[in-house]
Design a protein around this ligand. Structure first.
Ligand code: ZN
Ligand code: ZN
Ligand code: ZN
Length: 462
């Protein structure tokens, strides 16, 4: 696929701990583009067969495709069997897999065709699996994309870049915060998990033990995303939290030193996770679980955040459903939930973040709709409404500032640009020239920026 645009701001280095990794050669500003890259390979996820041309789920493929693509299609058709095989048991299954792949003619197209054998094939597939990024198929389901340069960034649970992949599968990596000359990192994993979970997933899928700053800090950068309430001292004069002591195999209170064995904590979390899954579409049941969890876990614990995200998204769909007339309390609860989720995100995701931007966007739209409802019900007057909308606009501005760095053709960017923002009467769009960029919003090449003008709040809204 080729056509990579490599920005001259980094070098690739190698050492024993990190292997090959990427280093910034100069200071990079927030939002600065580091890499634009097309994948060298796109493959269906495990258990799926997709057309190699249009990526639809099908055993066949588009009619007019090159001979090379036909061969690749046959390869993946065979290879999907292989993706279902666990690496350790690959050995026993190799003959079932090797012959069909060789028969597909795929090997002829490899530069190293002369050395292809069963071991090599196994290594090749393992490399694809470990290094591939999750990308979205046209139906929204995940596929795998292999990006040669993108895969070189080492992992950190608090990364200094954001990776986004647009509708034509082009990867863009940009700085999420200022980067001094030194390591450029990417986070391979969901940041809204505790250290124990993140380390387990990284070990099982990427085969390494994370030793980043966040993983080595029992409070996880003061987010306390894995901490428990101390049953001994909470609610009394002291208010301690238990954090994990990996070496001692227990959780210890930071104030009164009360202890709980790690096994016991893990079992409780596992049990509650199953409970959450059982009621995930039921707002009332989720609220009940939330109160239960709040008796045992730190208010920013990842299970609490998970349930809050779940409830907020269910409430948003109630608000968005035009056939329902949600009461004021639905808006109030959504606002409250978005605010508390943001508190956690601000601690563990410094700088620009898509997740933060989307949560801010949800918060701003709910706030604006809520105030309009209050105005309609004559709870607030026109002046108050204008004041509140300005407040929502500020939040929206913060969200859009982050989404501006996203490639134009990603769903998140179109959410901001094409979304219902204009229907809220809060934004107008115009193309900005760089010198009009008074707020320091970096205007991306040929992209349209969003200008929010409070003075533009249409009278129809008032
Ligand atoms: Zn097709
Ligand atoms: Zn880590
Ligand atoms: Zn305590």
């Amino acid at each position: 696929m080729g056509n990579d645009t490599l920005h001259n701001v980094y070098t690739i280095e190698r050492n024993k701990t990190l292997g090959r990794h990427v280093m910034a050669t100069e200071k990079l500003g927030v939002g600065e583009s580091i890499l634009l890259e097309q994948p060298i390979l796109i493959a269906a996820s495990n258990n799926e067969i997709r057309c190699v041309n249009c990526f639809k789920l099908t055993e066949s493929h588009c009619e007019k495709i090159s001979k090379q693509k036909k061969i690749l299609h046959n390869f993946w058709k065979q290879n999907h069997i292989l993706s279902n095989v666990e690496i350790p048991s690959f050995g026993e299954n190799i003959s079932k897999i090797y012959e069909p792949i060789i028969k597909s003619g795929f090997a002829k197209y490899l530069r190293f065709a002369s050395i292809i054998n069963k071991d090599f094939l196994q290594l090749l597939c393992a490399l694809i699996d470990v290094n591939a990024f999750e990308i979205r198929a046209p139906d929204g389901n995940p596929m795998k994309g292999l990006y040669v340069q993108g895969a070189l960034l080492s992992h950190d649970c608090v990364a200094n870049t954001v990776i986004s992949i647009d509708n034509s599968y082009r990867m863009k990596i940009y700085a999420s915060q200022e980067i001094e000359p030194g390591q450029i990192t990417n986070c391979y994993i969901n940041v809204l998990l505790g250290t124990r979970e993140r380390r387990r997933i990284l070990w099982e899928s990427k085969y390494f033990h994370c030793n980043c700053l966040r993983c080595n800090d029992p409070t996880e950068l003061n987010s306390h995303i894995s901490s428990l309430l101390c049953s001994k001292c909470q609610g009394r004069t002291l208010s301690g939290y238990l954090v994990e002591n990996v070496d001692a195999g227990n959780y210890q209170c930071l104030v009164c030193c009360h202890q709980k064995p790690t096994n016991e904590v893990n079992e409780y979390l596992k049990f509650m996770q199953t409970k959450i899954l059982e009621v995930q579409d039921n707002i009332n049941q989720l609220e009940k679980l939330l109160s239960r969890l709040s008796m045992a876990l730190h208010p920013r614990h990842y299970l609490i955040v998970d349930v809050k995200q779940n409830i907020a998204s269910l409430l948003r769909s109630v608000i968005n459903d035009t056939t329902q007339c949600p009461g004021i309390s639905v808006y109030e609860r959504t606002i409250e939930l978005c605010q508390s989720i943001l508190q956690v995100l601000k601690l563990i995701l410094p700088g620009v973040s898509r997740l933060k931007a989307i949560t801010l966007y949800e918060l701003a739209s709910t706030q604006a709709e809520y105030r309009r409802l209050l105005y309609q019900k004559k709870v607030i007057d026109k002046t108050k409404l204008r004041e509140y909308l300005q407040e929502a606009e500020k939040t929206l501005r913060e969200s859009i500032r982050m989404l501006l760095y996203e490639p134009k053709a990603t769903p998140e960017a179109s959410t901001a640009v094409e979304g219902k923002l204009r229907t809220l009467g809060l934004v107008s769009r115009k193309t900005l020239k760089a010198d009009e960029d008074a707020e320091g919003i970096r205007v991306m090449e040929n992209s349209e920026a969003i200008v929010i003008a409070t003075s533009n709040i249409p009278d129809s809204l008032l």
